[in-house]
Design a protein around this ligand. Structure first.
Ligand code: HEC
Length: 139
């Protein structure tokens, strides 16, 4: 009887640890290991007309990004469940602390489930507008 109890407790603990790892996966795997070349890190956003950029950036975001990243950037879009890697949370300061150039690099090149937008949003100026819009998602 006593052995059974120990077994139950062990099973419970294994289940608990497994659950904790699963639940905190987005935090543990946070995108800080996505290396961005220095050249991109220092790039400046080419947007000059902020209002126009916000308008066009919002449209492009709704068309190309919302399905995974969600309406407000929480990573809770309708396609989110199909992704192998969490898509990040655009509202956090960890995310927003990245330079425009870093976000531009990631958006342009993609990685794993994150598509490359080099061809889908061909115009670099438009890609910068999306980055401008991403700034408005900060909490
Ligand atoms: C098919 C789903 C999907 C779509 C559509 C998508 N993304 Fe992503 N995105 C992801 C995933 C998954 C990741 C995490 C990739 C990784 O870490 O390897 C990601 C990561 C990112 C990151 C880096 C996040 C971080 O924390 O540093 C940025 C920036 C980004 N996406 C911008 C965009 C923009 C802008 C668009 C639209 C133009 C877009 N994404 C469209 C799935 C998507």
């Amino acid at each position: 009887m006593k052995e059974r109890k120990i077994l139950n407790v062990s099973l419970f603990m294994i289940a608990f640890v497994a659950f904790a790892l699963f639940a905190f996966k987005p935090i543990v795997n946070y995108q800080d290991d996505w290396e961005v070349p220095d050249k991109y890190k220092k790039m400046e956003n080419t947007v000059t007309d902020e209002d126009e950029a916000m308008e066009i950036g919002a449209e492009l975001y709704a068309k190309h990004c919302k399905s995974c990243h969600g309406k407000t950037g929480l990573g809770d879009g309708p396609k989110a469940a199909e992704l192998d890697t969490p898509s990040g949370d655009f509202t956090t300061s960890e995310f927003q602390e990245q330079s425009d150039g870093e976000l531009f690099y990631k958006t342009t090149n993609g990685r794993d489930d994150m598509p490359s937008f080099e061809k889908k949003i061909k115009d670099e100026e438009e890609r910068w507008m999306v980055i401008t819009f991403l700034r408005s998602l900060k909490e």
